[in-house]
Design a protein around this ligand. Sequence first.
Ligand code: SF4
Length: 255
Amino acid sequence: MTKKIQSAVIYRGPSMIDGAPIVVIACKLSLRGKANRKTGEMVQTYILREDIHPTVAIRSGEDASICGDCVHRGDGFEGRTCYVSMNGVGSVFRAFIRGSYPEITPEECGRIASGRMVRLGTYGDPAAAPAWVWQGLLSEAEGWTGYTHQWRLPQAEALKGLCMASADCPEDAELAHSMGWRTFRVAAPDAPSVGRETVCPASEEAGRKLQCVDCKACSGSTGRRGSIRIAAHGYLASEKNLAALQNRIAVRLVA
Ligand code: SF4
């Protein structure tokens, strides 16, 4: 019996952000193991520098190739507010370097993951890879979630139907809405809504009543309206990190 492919490289080429070499690796192509508490059991995708360990790239700032100008990057690890745990990301990169993953086309991968829910950018911004990679991967998917901080860039336009614009403040959300994006916004629990927003049902404040795998709301503008918000928690709980994040947002708003 042929062994089922669990993970595969589906793109190896230039970053759409700065042209540096990157890879997209799809993991959890078969259902097994532990599911993420918020998302449920989904195909996961990692967008990584091909040539640099992810934590080294964060320290040197070369993670810009896969995360662009996301305000959660921080200065190396100083003030970093990205919620992604780097242990899992490092494991994926090491397995890639060992040659553990076959290289297949996004469409082949889409067939293997047929009927599954897919998370675009478990680590890394989907806008770092060409849109055709995601379109191929999602060709037979039941649904997906995707978020991009690169929604201001012209090349992100092709992702409008697939991804939510990540909004870090009300000004971001208003601008993104005016550009035709649906948004996913992290906000203080008592902050007023911006436009038509509903609370993420996987959030603590909504009673964790649904996981992404069943909700499927964060899939860009295709067939959906309205935006999503969630209360700041966990990785933003530290006052120091929150202050650093607000500083970075303020600098960007002035620029
Ligand atoms: S709104 Fe739905 S799809 Fe989006 S993060 Fe929350 S549970 Fe997941």
